[in-house]
Design a protein around this ligand. Structure first.
Ligand code: ALA
Length: 964
C-alpha cells in the first residue's frame, strides 16, 4: 500500500516522465495577487502565465501545491469536522499546460495515471467522469465527451453537469473554463446518510471527486465578461488526501496516514479518547473534535510558516479563526490549558520530509500559537460568562411573564432563589436539570408546576435571540455547537434563523471589505511587444538603443511623442531598472545617438508586462519608433538606491538574527533617499534590540564583504541548497538570481546592489513602528543620507554643548536633560513667586477701590479690574471685596494674554433682587463672551480684552436696569 508521501511522489514522477517540469509549491500567501486571500489551487502561481502576462521557459509543469481554503471564494472552514473530506489545508497535485497540449492529452494522461496498474491502478468500474453540459453562453463540451469515450469509458459512466459543478474559476475574476472530473465510488459504507444503493450524483459522500481537469479558455473580468485566453491551457487539481484515501482503501481522508498520527497526538494532548470522533446518536451531527484539531494544526502551522500571524483583519483574521476554532474544540474535550501549540511539532514531524522549511519555522510557529491560546483562553472564559448571562436573562424573563399570569406575584426572595438556581444550572455548577424541574424546586411543586404548565402549554419556550448568540459566536469565539448544546440542555430555544441572518450580514460586510483588484488580460498589442534586454546590472548607460514602441497614457499605441509631451517609451535594450521587488525604477535621460543632446527626461521606469520595460518620458524633442538613442541612468540616484537595497538585505538578515527566524519580509521600499522594511513580528522591537541589529549590520558593512550575484540558479537549488530567502509579493521564474553576502545573507532578488558592503557607508536605523497588527516597519538610511543625518545631529550637539556644560562623566544628552530640568524647576519657582506678588498687589488695591463704589438705588456696586490673575485668585479677591462692601454687588474683570475672565458676586441679602448670573451676562457680552452661575456668584469668560474697561463700566447700568 502506498503511503501518502509515496502517492505525492508517484503523481509528480508520472508527469515528469511525460515531459513536465517539476515546480516547487508556491507559498500560501499568494505572490503578487491581491484578488486572493490564500493560495487555493495549484494554478495560482501560474495565473499570469495563463493570462499571457508572464513567460516561462517551460510549457508543461507539475506541482504539489500547499493550499488553504478558509476564506474568500473557496471556504471550507466551517465544514471541517463534519465531513470525511473537507480540510482548511490540503495539498493539490496538478499538471499544467501553457498553450502546449489541450483536452486530448490531459484526459489521456489522467486516465493512464489513475487506472494503469503501473501507477495508481484504480479499478475502472469504480470510476465515473463528468463533463460540462453547456450553460451561460458556453456550449456543451462534446469534445471532452468524445475523448472520454475514446479512453474506453462507458457511456453510462459519463455524466453532464452545469456551470456550478463543471465550470471552474479561481475567483470572481481571472482565468477560467469548463472542466471534467473523475469521481470514485467508495461504496455504500461511505454514505453519510446510510444509502445502500444511491446513484452517481448523490451527494451523500459515497461518490468522491478525486481529480478535476480544467480546460482554461477564458479570462473573466469584473463585469463577468469572458475574454478568450491567448492560448487554451490545462490546469488540473487532484486532492492528495482524497487520492490517498482511495488508494489506502479508507472512507475518510482522516483515516489515512496523512492524518492518523496527528489525530492520535490530539487525543493525547486533550486527554480524549479516539472514540470521541465516532458519530454520536444526536439528531444533529456533531463535529469530530480530534479531526478538527488535526486539520487546523496543519493549516495553522503552514500559514504561520509562510509568514501569516494572527491578527484582526484579512489573512491574519482567518488564521486567528482557525486557531480559535481548534482551541475551542480542545475546550469541548475538557482541555482548557494551552495544548494546541504542541500540535505544531506533530505537524513538523509528520511533514518536514516534504516541506523542509518546517524544520526552521516550527519553533516560532509554536510560540505564536501558544501566545494566541493564552490570550483566547481569557476571551473564552469571558464569552462563557456572557452566554450564561444571556441564557439566564431569557429564562427569567419567561418566568416573570408566565409567573404574573399563572402564579401569585413572585416575591423578591423567590426571584433571588430562582435566579441563583438558574445561574448554577447554566454554569454547570449543579447537575443540570430541566427548566421545569428547576421551577418546581424553587417555587414548590404546586406553583412551579402551574408556571411550568403555563410555559409549556401556552407560552413559547424561553429564547436566546439569534443576534445575541451570534455576537457571542463572532466576538467571543464561542462555537455555535457550544451555544446550541447549552441551550438545549437547559430547555432554552436557540434562535437559529436570527443567528443565520446575523451571520449572513456579517459575511456581506466581510466581502465588501476584501477588495482585490484584478489584473486584466494583457491587451494584444502589449502582449506582442518583445521583452527589453536589461543591461542595468553592469552599466548605467547604453548607446545605440532603438525605440520599439511609444504609448501615451490612457491612449492606444502611437508611434511618436511630440516635444513637450509625456509618453511611455519602450527600447530594445536599456540600463534603466524598472520598479519591482520594492526597488523604485531608475530616473535619468535619453540623449541623441551621439550622446550630445538631451532628447527626453526619464521620470521613471516600470514593467506592466513581464520583461517589457516602459520608460516614462517627458520629451524635449520629437521621439518616434525607430529612433536611435543613448539611454543614461542618473548615477547618483541609482548608487544611493543600490546602497539602500544591499542594506535592506543586511537589515532583513540582522532582524532574523536578533528577533528570530519567524521574521519574514512583508513588504519593502528601496528608494534613493531611504529604505523601508516591513516584517512579521508580534511585538514592538525594543530599543536595545534595534541597537543590536544596527551594530550587527554595520559590522557586515565594515567587513566590506563582497556582494555576490549568482545568475540563473534553478529555484529549488536556490531555496534548498543556498537556503535563499524567497519573499512574498515576489514572482520567481524557474531560474532565479541569488544575492549572497558572505555567510550573512542569501536572498532571491532581481534588484541592483553594491559590489561590496563597504560601499554602503553606514546604515542608520531611524525608526521602528507598527503597520498593522503583527507587522512592524523599520526605516533606515545609508551613505550620504547617514552623513547628512549625523551632520545635523552634530549641529544639534553643538547647540546643546553651548546650553549645558557637560563633563567627561556625563553625555551631552544627559547634560541637556539635567539643564532643562533645572530650568523647569526655576520657572515653576518664579511662576509661584509671580502669582503671590500679583495677589498681594491685587489685595492691596482693595484699599483704594473706595472711589469706584457707586450707590445704585441705594445698593453699593463695585466694578473693578485687576489684570493677570488666575481664576482661583479672582475668587479670593471677589470674596474680600464683597466682605468689604458688607452688602452690595461686585464685578471683577481680569485680562491676561488677551483673554478676559469675569466674576460677579452678590451678597446674600440682595440675591432675591439681583442675581449674579443676570449681572454677568450683559457684561460678558461686551467682551465677546458669555457665562452664568448661582444667584450669589457667577463667572464668565471673553476674548476682547480691549473692551474690558468699558464692559466693567457697563456693570453699574446693568444693575440699575435689573433693579427697575
Ligand atoms: N484549479 C482546479 C481546481 O482547483 C484544478 O479544482
Amino acid at each position: 500500500m502506498l503511503t501518502g508521501s509515496q502517492v505525492r511522489r508517484r503523481f509528480l514522477d508520472f508527469f515528469v516522465q511525460k515531459g513536465h517540469k517539476e515546480v516547487h509549491s508556491s507559498p500560501l500567501v499568494p505572490q503578487n495577487d491581491p484578488t486572493l486571500l490564500f493560495t487555493n489551487a495549484g494554478m495560482n502561481q501560474f495565473k499570469d502565465v495563463f493570462l499571457g502576462l508572464e513567460k516561462r521557459d517551460y510549457s508543461r509543469a507539475t506541482t504539489s501545491q500547499k493550499c488553504v481554503r478558509a476564506g474568500g471564494k473557496h471556504n471550507d472552514l466551517e465544514n471541517v469536522g463534519f465531513t470525511n473530506r473537507h480540510h482548511t489545508f490540503f495539498e493539490m497535485l496538478g499538471n499544467f499546460s501553457f498553450g502546449d497540449y489541450f483536452k486530448k492529452d490531459a484526459i489521456a494522461y489522467a486516465w493512464e495515471l489513475v487506472t494503469s496498474a503501473e501507477w495508481f491502478g484504480i479499478p475502472k468500474d469504480k470510476l465515473f467522469v463528468t463533463i460540462f453540459k453547456g450553460e451561460g453562453g458556453v456550449p456543451r463540451d462534446s469534445e471532452a465527451y468524445d475523448l472520454w469515450l475514446g479512453q474506453g469509458v462507458a457511456k453510462e459512466r459519463i455524466y453532464e453537469f452545469g456551470a456550478k459543478e463543471n465550470f471552474w474559476q479561481m475567483g470572481d475574476t481571472g482565468p477560467c473554463g469548463p472542466c471534467s472530473e473523475i469521481h470514485y465510488d467508495m461504496g455504500a459504507i461511505a454514505s453519510d446518510q446510510g444509502h445502500l444503493d444511491c446513484e452517481f450524483g448523490c451527494e451523500c459522500g459515497r461518490y468522491v471527486e478525486i481529480w478535476n481537469l480544467v480546460f482554461m479558455q477564458f479570462d473573466r473580468d469584473a463585469s463577468g465578461k469572458l475574454t478568450p485566453l491567448p492560448k487554451p491551457s490545462i490546469d488540473t487539481g487532484a486532492g492528495l488526501e482524497r487520492v490517498t484515501a482511495v488508494l489506502q482503501g479508507v472512507v475518510s481522508n482522516y483515516e489515512t496516514d496523512l492524518f492518523t498520527p496527528l489525530i492520535e497526538r490530539a487525543a493525547e494532548l486533550t486527554g480524549a479518547s479516539i472514540e470521541v470522533d465516532k458519530p454520536k446518536s444526536f439528531s444533529r451531527p456533531m463535529a469530530a473534535p480530534l479531526r478538527v484539531i488535526a486539520d487546523h494544526a496543519r493549516a495553522a502551522t503552514f500559514l504561520i510558516s509562510d509568514g501569516v500571524v494572527p491578527t484582526s483583519e484579512g489573512r491574519g483574521y482567518v488564521l486567528r479563526k482557525i486557531l480559535r476554532r481548534a482551541i475551542r474544540f480542545g475546550w469541548m474535550l475538557g482541555q482548557q490549558q494551552p495544548f494546541f501549540y504542541q500540535m505544531v511539532y506533530a505537524v513538523r514531524d509528520l511533514m518536514a520530509n516534504a516541506y523542509p522549511e518546517l524544520l526552521a519555522t516550527a519553533e516560532n510557529a509554536a510560540r505564536i500559537v501558544r501566545f494566541e491560546e493564552e490570550r483566547f483562553g481569557r476571551t473564552l472564559r469571558m464569552g462563557l460568562e456572557k452566554l450564561y448571562y444571556q441564557i439566564q436573562k431569557a429564562m427569567l424573563w419567561q418566568v416573570w411573564q408566565v409567573g404574573y399570569k399563572y402564579g401569585p406575584e413572585l416575591d423578591e426572595l423567590t426571584k433571588g432563589k430562582l435566579n441563583a438556581r438558574i445561574k448554577e444550572a447554566v454554569e454547570g455548577k449543579r447537575k443540570s436539570v430541566s427548566f421545569v424541574e428547576m421551577l418546581e424546586e424553587v417555587l414548590g411543586p404546586k406553583i412551579g408546576r402551574a408556571v411550568a404548565e403555563g410555559i409549556l402549554g401556552q407560552a413559547p419556550m424561553p429564547i436566546l435571540e439569534g443576534a445575541e448568540a451570534f455576537k457571542l459566536y463572532d466576538t467571543f469565539g464561542l462555537p455555535r455547537d457550544f451555544i446550541e448544546d447549552t441551550c438545549r440542555d437547559l430547555g432554552v430555544e436557540f434562535d437559529s434563523t436570527g443567528f443565520e441572518r446575523a451571520m449572513a450580514e456579517q459575511r456581506e460586510r466581510a466581502r465588501a471589505s476584501w477588495k482585490g483588484a484584478g489584473k486584466q488580460t494583457a491587451s494584444a498589442e502589449l502582449r506582442d511587444l518583445p521583452a527589453t534586454i536589461f543591461e542595468g546590472y553592469t552599466r548605467t548607460e547604453s548607446t545605440g538603443c532603438v525605440v520599439r514602441g511609444v504609448f501615451r497614457a490612457n491612449a492606444p499605441l502611437t508611434r511618436e511623442v511630440k516635444a513637450g509631451d509625456e509618453g511611455e517609451v519602450i527600447l530594445d535594450r536599456t540600463p534603466f531598472y524598472a520598479d519591482s521587488g520594492g526597488q523604485v525604477g531608475d530616473v535619468g535621460w535619453f540623449f541623441d545617438a551621439e550622446g550630445n543632446t538631451i532628447v527626453g527626461d526619464v521620470l521613471g521606469c516600470f514593467m506592466p508586462v513581464q520583461g517589457v520595460r516602459f520608460h516614462k518620458v517627458r520629451a524635449r524633442e520629437h521621439l518616434e519608433v525607430g529612433d536611435i538613442l543613448t539611454a543614461a541612468v542618473d548615477r547618483n540616484v541609482r548608487l544611493a538606491t543600490m546602497r539602500n537595497h544591499t542594506a535592506t538585505h543586511l537589515l532583513h538578515a540582522g532582524l532574523r538574527e536578533v528577533l528570530g527566524k519567524h521574521v519574514k519580509q512583508a513588504g519593502s521600499l528601496v528608494a534613493p533617499g531611504h529604505l523601508r522594511f516591513d516584517f512579521s513580528h508580534f511585538t514592538a522591537v525594543e530599543d536595545e534590540e534595534l541597537q543590536d541589529i544596527e551594530d550587527i549590520i554595520n559590522k557586515e558593512v565594515l567587513r566590506n564583504e563582497k556582494v555576490e550575484v549568482i545568475e540563473n540558479v534553478p529555484i529549488d537549488v536556490a531555496v534548498n541548497e543556498y537556503k535563499a530567502m524567497a519573499l512574498f509579493g515576489e514572482k520567481y521564474g524557474d531560474k532565479v538570481r541569488v544575492i549572497r553576502i558572505g555567510d550573512f545573507s542569501t536572498e532571491l532578488c532581481g534588484g541592483t546592489h553594491t559590489g561590496a558592503t563597504g560601499e554602503i557607508g553606514l546604515i542608520k536605523i531611524l525608526k521602528e513602528g507598527s503597520v498593522s497588527s503583527g507587522v512592524r516597519r523599520v526605516e533606515a538610511i545609508t551613505g550620504e543620507g547617514s552623513l547628512q543625518h549625523f551632520r545635523k545631529d552634530h549641529q544639534l550637539e553643538n547647540v546643546v554643548a553651548s546650553l549645558a556644560a557637560h563633563s567627561e562623566t556625563i553625555s551631552p544628552a544627559d547634560a541637556l536633560k539635567q539643564e532643562l530640568e533645572k530650568r523647569e524647576a526655576e520657572i515653576r519657582r518664579l511662576q509661584k513667586e509671580l502669582d503671590q506678588a500679583r495677589m498681594k498687589s491685587a489685595s492691596s488695591s482693595v484699599a483704594s477701590v473706595n472711589e469706584k463704589i457707586k450707590e445704585v438705588h441705594g445698593i453699593k456696586v463695585l466694578a473693578h479690574r485687576v489684570d493677570n490673575l488666575e481664576r482661583p485668585q479672582m475668587r479670593t479677591l471677589v470674596d474680600q471685596l464683597r466682605d468689604k462692601l458688607g452688602s452690595g454687588v461686585v464685578v471683577l474683570g481680569s485680562a491676561s494674554n488677551g483673554n478676559v475672565a469675569l466674576i460677579a458676586a452678590v451678597t446674600k441679602d440682595l440675591t432675591s433682587r439681583i442675581q449674579a448670573g443676570k449681572v454677568i451676562g450683559p457684561v460678558a457680552q461686551k467682551v465677546g463672551g458669555k457665562g452664568g452661575g448661582r444667584p450669589d456668584m457667577a463667572e464668565a469668560g471673553g476674548k476682547d480684552a480691549a473692551a474690558l474697561d468699558s464692559a466693567l463700566e457697563e456693570a453699574y447700568a446693568v444693575v440699575e436696569s435689573l433693579l427697575k
